[in-house]
Design a protein around this ligand. Structure first.
Ligand SMILES: [Ca+2]
Length: 294
């Protein structure tokens, strides 16, 4: 298994990724991509009419959040929400699971949550029963709210409960959400803060009951995060501009997180990380001819 690999030639940016039994799966905005563990693309399917978010692998299927039918053409103003389920072998679409409760939230003028959409997605056990459930993170609009929100659904999309996370609502919510079945913990990553009340950290480890923030780091991996056993993970770096996007997925651990505390801009952080994990000299802010961190 390589320490890092690169998926290139995508129209839009990477939203998340997940490790299956023998392959990796990447959700880009309008494509789902299956690769070998060395990064060779095996299969790719297009998604129309909306915007894929983060994804997860569970029991032979890939689950990805989906914002449908943008209102006024705005990329973060959706009219409906689903989880798309892809087959692990050829990525054919098995089903579209409606998140009907989210439709209620988005059209409810009295919704105090300020619900705006969903992104970070994982399958994880119900904290009480241990049954597998769909957990998807909400992005919230407006100014500071009482916390961040993760929604729990049955595997058929039936709403079960809200989980309020004691982290101020972040810039476009928890972008990536993953559950580590070996450690029983959730991991989540965010974009960098753009308002004073938002946390300066952008990587968080949450307890399996989603009640406690166990660890938090000034470390950026906002476009993909996959927890692995033994405290390791895959982090992400996105490259390029719309029309020619790429993603680097790389192996990391707590030592890397501690060594690469994010200071300065996201681009500076990612350039230092690329140099460290690849050993490649980097000209300006480009890697393989693609700009970094935009
Ligand atoms: Ca995920």
């Amino acid at each position: 298994m390589k320490e890092y690999f690169e998926i290139a030639h995508q129209l839009y940016h990477v939203q998340g990724f997940a490790k299956g039994k023998e392959h990796m799966y990447f959700s880009f905005t309008d494509t789902m991509v299956k690769t070998t563990m060395e990064g060779t693309i095996r299969c790719q399917v297009e998604v129309e009419g909306g915007h894929l978010g983060d994804c997860d692998y569970y029991d032979g299927k890939i689950y990805a959040s989906y914002g449908a039918y943008p209102k006024n053409g705005e990329a973060v103003e959706w009219s409906d929400f689903e989880v798309w389920v892809f087959d692990e072998k050829d990525l054919h679409l098995i089903e579209r699971i409606p998140l009907t409760k989210c439709r209620e939230y988005i059209f409810d003028p009295d919704d105090v949550r300020g619900f705006r959409g969903v992104d970070g997605t994982t399958i994880a056990p119900d904290p009480v029963t241990g049954e597998p459930k769909i957990f998807t993170a909400a992005l919230l609009k407006g100014e500071e709210r009482f916390g961040s929100l993760i929604l729990q659904f049955g595997m058929d999309g039936s709403f079960e409960r809200d989980h309020y996370i004691p982290i101020a609502n972040t810039n476009l919510g928890f972008q990536n959400l993953d559950y580590c079945w070996e450690t029983g913990e959730f991991w989540t990553t965010t974009y960098l803060a753009d308002k004073p009340f938002q946390p300066k950290e952008s990587l968080f480890c949450l307890s399996g009951d989603l009640k406690t923030v166990r660890e938090k780091y000034c470390y950026y991996s906002g476009t993909g995060f996959e927890a692995l056993p033994d405290g390791k993970f895959y982090g992400s770096i996105q490259l390029g501009l719309n029309g020619n996007r790429a993603c680097i997925a790389y192996h990391g651990d707590r030592e890397l997180v501690s060594r690469h505390v994010r200071t300065g801009t996201k681009t500076e952080f990612e350039l230092a990380l690329i140099k460290d994990i690849t050993g490649d000299p980097i000209e300006g802010n480009s890697y393989h001819g693609l700009p970094v961190g935009t």
